[in-house]
Design a protein. Structure first.
Length: 59
């Protein structure tokens, strides 16, 4: 399993405050999606040339 890229306590609080619970696999799945988004942003920035800072335009 890869590193968890989200703050687990913050995600769980957000979910709990909405009246829900997090399943055992939810955090790992969410973290995986975050990793996919970041990697896609990196690839997008690479195509922009000499860019080294990711911004909202890279989402």
């Amino acid at each position: 399993m890869a590193d968890i890229l989200v703050v687990v306590s913050k995600v769980k609080k957000l979910v709990k405050d909405a009246g829900f619970r997090t399943g055992a696999d939810y955090i790992a799945s969410l973290s995986s999606k975050v990793e996919e988004i970041v990697k896609a942003s990196i690839e997008k920035a690479k195509t922009a040339g000499n860019k080294k800072t990711l911004g909202s335009e890279d989402m």
